[in-house]
Design a protein around this ligand. Structure first.
Ligand code: ADP
Length: 388
């Protein structure tokens, strides 16, 4: 396999393009916008929206294998291409149970993996109020309401504190998109002690390798920082590794998958969400591992042997650089951040900055795995980025 097609042209495709060069592969991206991060770095571009299967047909003619950098695709239309012999990795059947948050929860539960309690809210109407009340009573407030599809960075995820707020939110979301009637997942709020993630890859031959479990910290549902490795009891690490193995094998997945988890105060692990692609919580691997998640993904989808996911340092902390209101001159801040010892920064070259948008990230390598020290370094990066 020499030419890899990627549906999506954002920062994940950009970082994959750099890994492709290392492996002597060519990357062709399908993305709508000439300013998208991967456009300048890819070998070729099909300019079209990511859910255009017609464009993916054109992409397929240029490539040996097609993979994904986001999940906003039209899976039904892509399965027609797959039936005609287009090679998707991961395969369409592995994505099918994951793209809708409710279907995903059902899939994980049926596999016997631990998930929060959840219900489907199917096309909310006031006539359903009674049954909704009894479902909510089973979960207890607060509850978490999530749009079943197209959520990212907390868009479409709402923490709801009482029944009236829930009704208002359901009405509002229904009015906002009256034609496409959004469908919702309602689940229990987990008062987690920490959020964790694991990035795992599965090869064509079924080998699974996993990067160290990391701690992720979200603010307003957006990932702000990642500490690798997470400081955890050995049995928790073993359990999370097992979850990754079970999931990737059951999906017969090929490529990198990101698994987000909750750790409760009493040491219970619950799966929050699966991303069938490279993931923000694995960005540390670019600088802290000899094989990054992007190279690992390309190795998997091209049928190459997988590489070691081990850290090449004692630890690392990754900080997302998010856009904010006001000053748009980032250059001097980036210069100051790069003066931090063992800091590696990655800038995505986005031409448009919005508050909360991921514009780049910094990984600082550590000579120990002391959580407090990692958090102090993250704080110093954030002080420069958001306040100086
Ligand atoms: P997205 O797909 O938009 O990233 P997630 O389902 O991963 O949405 O939720 C984003 C964040 O919201 C999580 O990382 C977590 O901080 C919080 N969250 C989501 N679900 C729950 C839950 N059931 N209990 C507590 N917090 C939650």
């Amino acid at each position: 396999m020499k030419r890899v097609g990627v549906i999506g042209g954002g920062q994940l495709a950009l970082m994959m393009a750099d890994a492709a060069k290392k492996l002597n592969l060519e990357l062709v991206v399908q993305t709508p916008n000439r300013n998208d991060p991967a456009v300048g770095r890819a070998n070729d571009v099909v300019f079209a929206s990511v859910d255009s299967a017609i464009a993916t047909g054109i992409l397929a003619e240029k490539c040996d294998v097609i993979t994904f950098e986001n999940e906003f695709v039209d899976l039904e239309a892509l399965s027609v291409l797959a039936n005609k012999g287009v090679c998707f990795r991961p395969r369409i059947e592995a994505l099918a149970p994951l793209l809708d948050k409710y279907d995903q929860r059902c899939y994980l539960r049926d596999l016997g993996l631990p998930v929060p309690k959840f219900f489907n809210i199917d096309r909310y109407k006031s006539a359903q109020e009674k049954s909704l009340k009894s479902q909510v009573a089973e979960l207890g407030f607060p509850v978490v309401l999530k749009a079943r599809r197209h959520g990212y960075d907390g868009q479409g995820t709402f923490i709801i504190n009482d029944f009236n707020e829930l009704l208002r939110r359901l009405d509002f979301e229904n009015i906002k998109s009256p034609r496409s009637q959004p469908l919702f997942l309602l689940e229990e709020f987990i008062p987690f002690e920490r959020e964790l993630a694991i990035i795992a890859a599965r090869s064509v031959s079924g080998e699974v390798v996993a990067y160290p479990v990391v701690e992720t910290q979200q603010e307003e549902q957006v990932c702000r920082r990642v500490i690798a490795p997470a400081s955890l009891a050995e049995e928790v690490v073993v359990e999370i590794d097992k979850i990754a193995q079970i999931l990737l094998n059951s999906l017969e997945a090929v490529g990198i998958f990101g698994i987000e988890l909750f750790l409760t105060v009493d040491g219970k692990v619950l799966v929050n969400e699966i991303a069938p692609r490279t993931h923000n919580s694995g960005h540390f691997s670019l600088d802290a591992c000899s094989i990054s998640q992007f190279e690992q993904h390309l190795r998997a989808v091209c049928g190459l042997p997988l590489g070691s996911p081990a850290l090449i340092c004692a630890g690392a902390v990754m900080v997302n650089l998010l856009g904010y209101d006001g000053e748009r001159e980032y250059q001097s801040k980036l210069e100051n951040i790069s003066k931090i010892p063992k800091a590696h920064f990655h800038w995505y070259g986005k031409t448009e900055s919005r508050p909360g948008r991921k514009l780049g990230h910094v990984t600082v390598l550590l000579d120990n795995n002391n959580r407090e020290q990692a958090l102090a370094i993250a704080k110093s990066v954030e002080l420069i980025w958001y306040h100086n």
